[in-house]
Design a protein around this ligand. Sequence first.
Ligand SMILES: Cc1cc2nc3c(=O)[nH]c(=O)nc-3n(C[C@H](O)[C@H](O)[C@H](O)COP(=O)(O)OP(=O)(O)OC[C@H]3O[C@@H](n4cnc5c(N)ncnc54)[C@H](O)[C@@H]3O)c2cc1C
Length: 520
Amino acid sequence: MSETADRINTDVLVVGGGPAGCWAAWNAAKNGASVVLIDKGYIGTSGATAAGNTTTIYTRRGTAERAATVGQRVRLGHGFTEAERVERVLDRTLENLDLLAEWGYDFPSYEDGRPYRGMLRGPDYLRFMRQKLIKARVKVIDHCPVEELLVSDGAVAGAIARFRRTGETLEIRSGAVVIATGGCAFLSGALGTNNLTGDGYLIAAEAGAVLSGMEFSAQYGISPAYSSVTKGVVYFWGTFSDEEGNVLTAPGDRQNAVATELIRGPVYAILDKASPRLQEGFRRGQPNIFVPFDRMGIDPFKERFPITLRHEGTVRGTGGLKIDDRSTTTVPGLFAAGDAATRQGMSGASTGGGGPNSSWAMATGSWAGEDAATYVRSLGANWASRKARSANQREAPPSSPSGANLDCVINQTRQQILPLDGGYFRSQETLSKASGILADLWNDEAWRSGVRAKVRETEALIATSRWVTESALLRTESRGLQRRKDFPDPNPLLVRSIDSGGTEDIWASFQPQQQLSAAS
Ligand SMILES: Cc1cc2nc3c(=O)[nH]c(=O)nc-3n(C[C@H](O)[C@H](O)[C@H](O)COP(=O)(O)OP(=O)(O)OC[C@H]3O[C@@H](n4cnc5c(N)ncnc54)[C@H](O)[C@@H]3O)c2cc1C
């Protein structure tokens, strides 16, 4: 463990201040716990939601609208969506959205003036939550990445963080920890994902936590080639063509057709199927989609523009820390929420973008906060005097920034995940090669002498890539976001979860079928 400059105690430590972390902090405080909410960036502008608008799902159980939403999730989940779990997530989402309205959050309105609760403006939403948390006496700490967890007799007992500005460490002793560090997009450049490097997966796995569904992480979003904006809804009204203007007519999934053509050469889109009314609606409802077009002076409804696919990993894909039917991980005292937790029960083997993800973050965040507060109460009064040690047992070499080329290691790691030929379309050959390269990178000590905060991010990126790769190797079929060139069809015998874990010795294994309670 590093030398500690400062030490604080709190009942519940929430790591990550996106929507999942904010709802966790609020619910833990509401349930009587003292709470610290800590983020590697600034709470209100950091993470995937802070970067733009978020559609969410506001439906009431028992209505036709709710039934349609659940039915759609089950259809898109490729056998992994649990209908009752979706219902519970959406029940909690409705409750939270009503609470936001009661607190005075300024929801957008329908044309007739009625408030529309299915849309949250990211920056407003998170700034609003930040103020709410400060009023609820949650201690908010910005720009202070958590680097390792503390454990005591197999239970999580706090964390060590490091202030970005001073480099000093902060030891936080806590009765429980909520991991709400978001997903991992492998530094692909997709909007809002630039610091989502899988840190929470790494620190939790070091404490013995299990991950699940990591193979269903090959989510890519369409964006203009010159932009990071992967908001995809408008492309349903698009026509795609190759360099010469030939329209891509491949049957089936439009993204597969785009990915196949992008491996060969440039691909263009034009949003020519959107009616004038729809165009106006998009401009009003999703203004950030149009910022890059306006900057380039392009009218996307009338002119062709080059597109690309940007990796979004577990931010919009599935995969993450394994939790029970609320938010408890496999390690006592450790809870996980939002993109940090596997979303398999909600979005199955496919993406949960466009509503399910933000709902998942609200519901699992709320449950994590409530259950963490209850857990701390069960520990009795003396939890703060527990003897604790770092869960990271790897000896850190002395820091000598000039000696370590971390960017080179990060780039080699990204190359095993991001390219369309290998990352989007996988095969035994590409995955086995990646597995070997990633193991060599992990076992190389030389780069670990770099700046500590960046070394930890690099370790998180490599570890996350390894869980993805080993899980994808094991799943010898194509299903949802797992696309195997050598196994192009789904195998009905493989509707079973794959768990993974370990940091030094990575493992992945199929779980018995019955673990998928109520799988549809
Ligand atoms: C372009 C785009 C558009 C999207 N649109 C939608 C949509 O319309 N509807 C929808 O449902 N979903 C959408 N999503 C997904 C949605 O944004 C995420 O599911 C949601 O943000 C998850 O919330 P979270 O709190 O789990 O993670 P995040 O919002 O990503 O927050 C994670 C936080 O953890 C912090 N953190 C990370 N590591 C550490 C560390 N070591 N120490 C301390 N803090 C740390 C980060 O700084 C960040 O603030 C979209 C995603 C993208 C990328």
